[in-house]
Unconditional design. Sequence first.
Length: 350
Amino acid sequence: MEEIIVSASITYKVLIERGLLARVGELSAPLIRGRHAAIISDSNVWPLYGPAVEESLRDAGFTVDSFVFPAGETSKNLGTLGEILTFLARKEFTRQDAVFALGGGVTGDMGGLASSLFLRGIPYVQIPTSLLAMVDSSVGGKTAVDLPEGKNLVGTFTQPVLVVCDPDTLKTLEPAVYAEGWAEIIKYGMILSRGLLEFLLDNPVGTDIEKVIADCVTMKRDVVASDERDTGGRQILNFGHTIGHAIERCAGYRYYHGEGVAMGMAVMTRGCIAKGCCPKACGRILEKLLEKYHLPKTCDIPREDLLKAARADKKRRGDQITLIEPRDVGRCVLVKTGFGELDEILRLGL
């Protein structure tokens, strides 16, 4: 089993091993004083894995209630959040009980945010079932919902007490959902690890997936430990996200998050190459990887629409936003940028 310890406002473990879904109750019970469990899941994941997690929790002595919402980014809103909070209240959960977020990034956000708000905070366990959630969104404590005005505008920093990753769940992902997880893996290579990029280039898709997940989690662990609240160095993890979030919003969320990130990374890298601050090798490697992992490289949304959407980004500070720009293969930097400069990067990158 891969075991990674994350030290933030609380210290917790990220466990990675095939077959762990059946051990969720056993692994969680020592960390939770109460014995009432709320499984939060979506309509795609629950039929596949809900009963197994429920059985595991019952075997460990938990009373289990479940809340299932319609799958998709469009459910990640204040309405669904309110329904989850009402469910927890009606089921009489206490501060000693726990939420178990079973699913991808949307479920992790919804379950984590609900747990942080209900009774001013109850424990929660992340059980990511998508590749994107395993390598990125389940770790680090960011939880949020969207508003019509922008993505992830309402949220908290709330660390889980445990993250349980079972790579066997990846077998049931649709190809596009599996592919979007690789966008975040490629992101880690672009910002922090030339070696990871080379590994992805040289090996078949899915090679040594447990180690790849562990390497990405370890990189995120180190970044989060130095900047849990995302005020400085942690922003490096947002490479491709400012433009990617704008693409998602302008497209009405018809793109998966990882697809938006892939396009955002490609646009940013092309723009930086055109500006002369990034070597062409970065673009060649990135675009080769996006092709290999079946991810989009281009975007047909008008520049003006993307710029308008980017102004609603939560990282905006007045008339500036911090962009993550590639400077070499496996290295990016934070750059405080005016929106006029972002407009120029979009013009060059699109």
